[in-house]
Design a binder for this molecule. Sequence first.
Ligand code: PMV
Length: 308
Amino acid sequence: MKRTGEAPGKVILFGEHAVVYGAAAVALPLSKHVKVTLRDGSGQVDVRLPRRATIPDAHRAAAPVELLRRALGAAFDALDVRVDLGVPPMAGFGSSAALAVATLRALGTPKSKPKLLARAIDVESVAHGRPSGIDPAASIWGAPIRFQRTDRIRVKPLRIGAPVYVVVATAGVHGGTAPVVARIGETRRAAPQLIGSAMDTLGAAADAGVKGLRTGDLELVGRAMKIAQGILDGFGLVGLEVRAAVQTAEAAGALGAKMSGAGGTGGALVAVCATPTAARRVVRALKDRGVDGWVESYAALPTERSAR
Ligand code: PMV
């Protein structure tokens, strides 16, 4: 018997790190997916990587086998699993969460989005320690979302007021999410008021970004991104290559650009553009600096509904 499940990666537009402490965040699904195929077998795992990813990437990608074991439970030993990892691993694009969601979808249970999210967060914790859940939420909803986790998780798909073109890229080396989240926790314990108010500002930037996306005011989105980038840089989360790439993207015509995801020594960055032409120009300017990126586009959604 053969069963398949598929789920997209994600990129965080606003609210990384602050989301761990209850602030609002915004995530976008990627056109790159993870596909999982389950067949009757004996616990064999075959991971196919995206073009240009390396074997160390696969090992560092939170050991897909551990994630699969957690997702499949007792069934693991009676199945052969093929993973087509279309999402670049260890880059801040949510490959672990997408693998968790795709595996649970292949199993066919649970079906409801909130239940699937709770299961995926548990599976993802193998990779991340104590994840906020934003990665699997973006992967499950498969639409731009506003995400917030306080005493409960709230996921709201966003209606986008005007088409938005987002350049997604990576620069430098991603050092892993858990150590960076732990470091921010230590700083927060040492200076709770300072870090608390900075986190509040990151949450306010996310809400300004939500407003800009809903109303089609991409200039507002860009301004909010610049403020968020400044704070994340102050936290020491923006690697040298990412900082240079953000400046390059803005000089090439992005309305705003910032690091994305955990950050640290390097990792993902995002740049928001109003037109496909501007986005292609940003991709070319980044390429000239040796930074690989691509364009994701998000069309207006006809309706908006609260999901949880
Ligand atoms: O693993 P990344 O790079 O997508 O980062 C996840 C976002 C954090 O806010 C840093 C952690 C979390 O669990 O929300």
